[in-house]
Design a protein around this ligand. Structure first.
Ligand code: C5P
Length: 222
């Protein structure tokens, strides 16, 4: 595998709807890093499973991942709670994870030349995908706050869903993501904990920026 030298690598893990996506996007823009929301890959595969139940097998998934472009992950259809739940089910499959693994690692260590590095967020990024990241964060918030945020997002997308349903689905996903045997969600010892419950998006961004800038200042160019 080709590994670009002197790049910044940021790894983020977080439970559903903790605000990691927005933060990671803003951080990536600020430091000119390629951003990958790895959950969207699991969502895309879940979408394919629901769309093509008969064709759905590991060969089919491999082919889709081979030609996958980051733009494919921006589809609004991937954002529903139904797809999120299905994604957390297929995410327990070792063979599916293996296929996705290579795509993520390649982008993390060999981002396109126009970028200064990479920023990936997901569930197993800090210890499985980019274990030697320059910065590792575990971003979380209490479950009610997360459900409120997700509910608001889904309302903007005009999805007919109740708050109770969203809360239930996030609780189920937490259970499934934290408790599964393969690549469970966890905070590693070397990850910095950011609790976004009482913080605005700007406050979270500035907190992370301060941590990154301090290290860049001490170490010079990363
Ligand atoms: O982040 P998002 O909520 O879109 O992720 C959907 C699901 O994909 C998660 O609930 C999780 O089960 C799975 N996932 C994973 N590993 C990742 C990213 C997401 O297992 N790195």
């Amino acid at each position: 595998m080709i590994k670009r030298k002197n790049i910044i690598k940021i790894a983020i893990d977080s439970p559903a709807a903790a605000g990691a996506g927005t933060l990671a996007k803003n951080i990536s823009k600020h430091y000119n890093l390629v951003y990958l929301d790895t959950g969207k890959i699991y969502r895309l595969i879940a979408f394919l499973k629901l769309q093509y139940p008969k064709k759905f097998n590991i060969k089919f998934i491999k082919k889709k991942i081979k030609y996958l472009k980051i733009e494919d992950l921006k589809k609004k259809t991937l954002l529903s709670d139904e797809i999120g739940t299905e994604a957390s089910i297929i995410a327990k499959n070792k063979n599916i994870r293996k296929v996705i693994h290579a795509f993520q690692i390649n982008l993390a260590y060999n981002p396109p030349k126009r970028y200064n590095g990479s920023c990936l967020d997901g569930r197993d990024i800090t210890y499985n995908i980019v274990p030697d990241a320059d910065f590792k964060f575990f971003i979380t918030a209490n479950v009610n706050t997360r459900a409120k945020r997700r509910f608001k997002e889904l309302k903007v997308l005009k999805r007919s869903v109740t708050f109770t349903e969203v809360l239930k689905s996030i609780k189920n996903r937490d259970k499934s993501d934290y408790k599964r045997k393969i690549s469970p969600l966890k905070k590693t010892k070397d990850s910095i904990l950011i609790n976004t419950t009482k913080l605005s998006k700007t406050a979270c961004f500035l907190k992370i920026k301060k941590i990154i800038d301090r290290k860049i200042k001490v170490n010079g160019n990363l």
